[in-house]
Design a protein around this ligand. Structure first.
Ligand code: BES
Ligand code: ZN
Length: 409
């Protein structure tokens, strides 16, 4: 028996047995360890032993905003590998959150100084964003999610690395014979699934700063993946849409022979859906090597069509205020999008892994009117009339504007 921890009210979680050497850190509270059984207790002290499947169901129900807690969605967690890290994170979180109210303040990562505007950047942005083609995104997202190649991209499935290799191959084909581009798979300690890494070497060798763009390549079915890892989990919006959006960005860069001054890296992260596993290992490796990262863009869910397709939101928790400001300006100037903000309420995607290691990140999010939240992590997250590749194309354009702003001069 190792520790008490609370997921969020009304439940607290007590670990009663553990066979898997992985801890989960709940952003709303403390940490808990992956185990065969968990004893959970309600705030009134009623106790119950549940298995991991039932625990995931509780996490999933916590996704929904409730009448009593309309502002709080707290299913998120970091998977961390040892006791020390779990208690460090729990301690940090305790310092910044208020009792029973998740995450009033968040870490932001270091704040970068913003780049200067210039006329040549302005022209370059206009030139690049004019060449974005939404039908490419639609094709990629369909190929990754329609079941014709694999039923799921779940990290624990037998398709986990077929998916990673396929995505790496798409990038390689787009890269053609560019000598300054490397496409490789990144293996991990805490998941069998590989991440995909695409590096465009910066032309200015005196500049050691990195600009990073990424999105997770895995999918999950919250009710069934855990019991049957190969069960259907299309993850079209969450997050084939992010990978399709990034492939289109990369296609435009290659087609226009774009050469960044700083090194530009694209990631398809493995195993996000079980606790940001791939991105945490990658961000930790950058921190260990003392690499300088000037900005990270996360794309996670970009295709759910809303009542106002000219509206985009920026996540304000676990992100950099300065980068979010830059992205806001770029969206208003180049995409003609109205901008609002949203809070995940917890470390909801891979940007938080970079923030954890003090690197500045930002994340645009779909403008959700009728919520896509009810579809994600189910068999209903498919390409249908609710998903709109022309909306995702705006995310590609924003990514290109960000790349030019950070790496053109
Ligand atoms: N795509 C979601 C995060 C998200 C949800 C972004 C709603 C924007 C709006 C992501 O894949 C996800 O499911 N995250 C988990 C947490 C993660 C740490 C396992 C979640 O939201 O429960
Ligand atoms: Zn998800």
């Amino acid at each position: 028996m190792s520790r008490f921890s609370s997921l969020r009210h009304p439940f607290t979680v007590l670990i009663v047995a553990s066979i898997v050497p992985l801890y989960f850190y709940s952003n709303c509270s403390e940490s808990f360890k992956a185990a065969t059984e968990f004893e959970i207790s309600s705030q009134c002290g009623q106790k119950k032993v549940v298995n991991q499947h039932e625990l995931f169901k509780i996490i999933e129900s916590n996704h929904q905003k409730t009448a009593s807690h309309p502002q709080i969605r707290c299913p998120g967690f970091f998977a961390v590998i040892d006791d020390d890290e779990a208690s460090n994170l729990a301690h940090q979180q305790k310092l910044i959150s208020q009792a029973n109210n998740c995450n009033e303040q968040f870490p932001t990562g270091s704040e970068p100084t913003l780049p200067e505007n210039s006329q040549s950047k302005d022209q370059k942005i206009k030139e690049l964003i004019a060449t974005v083609e939404s039908n490419n995104i639609e094709t990629w997202v369909t190929e990754m999610s329609d079941g014709s190649q694999w039923p799921t991209r779940y990290h624990g499935s037998s398709y986990a690395n077929t998916v990673s290799s396929w995505i790496a191959n798409e990038f390689s084909e787009l890269a053609g014979d560019r000598q300054d581009v490397t496409v490789q798979l990144v293996s991990h300690s805490n998941t069998q699934q590989n991440s995909v890494e695409v590096i465009i070497q910066g032309s200015d060798s005196s500049n050691e700063e990195y600009i990073i763009l990424g999105g997770h390549l895995d999918s999950i079915h919250k009710q069934t993946s855990n019991l049957n890892p190969n069960s259907r989990s299309p993850g079209a919006d969450d997050n084939a849409s992010g990978i399709g959006t990034l492939l289109e960005v990369f296609r435009v860069l290659m087609a226009t022979h774009y050469v960044p001054k700083k090194t530009l890296v694209f990631y398809g992260y493995a195993a996000e859906e079980i606790g940001l596993v791939g991105s945490q290992e990658i961000a930790a490796a950058y921190a260990n090597a003392e690499k300088k990262v000037k900005g990270v863009m996360q794309i996670d869910m970009a295709m759910y069509s809303s009542a106002n397709p000219n509206s985009i939101q920026f996540v304000t928790d676990y992100t950099s205020a300065n980068l979010t400001q830059l992205a806001t300006t770029l969206s208003e100037n180049y995409l003609d999008m109205s901008v609002s903000t949203m809070r995940c309420g917890y470390a909801c995607s891979d940007h938080a892994s970079w923030t954890k290691y003090n690197y500045p990140s930002f994340m645009p999010a779909e403008h959700q009117v009728d919520s896509s939240i009810s579809r994600i992590h189910t068999t209903n997250d498919i390409v249908d009339s609710k998903l709109d590749a022309t909306y995702a194309a705006k995310f590609s354009q924003l990514a290109l504007a960000f790349i030019v702003a950070m790496t053109y001069e």
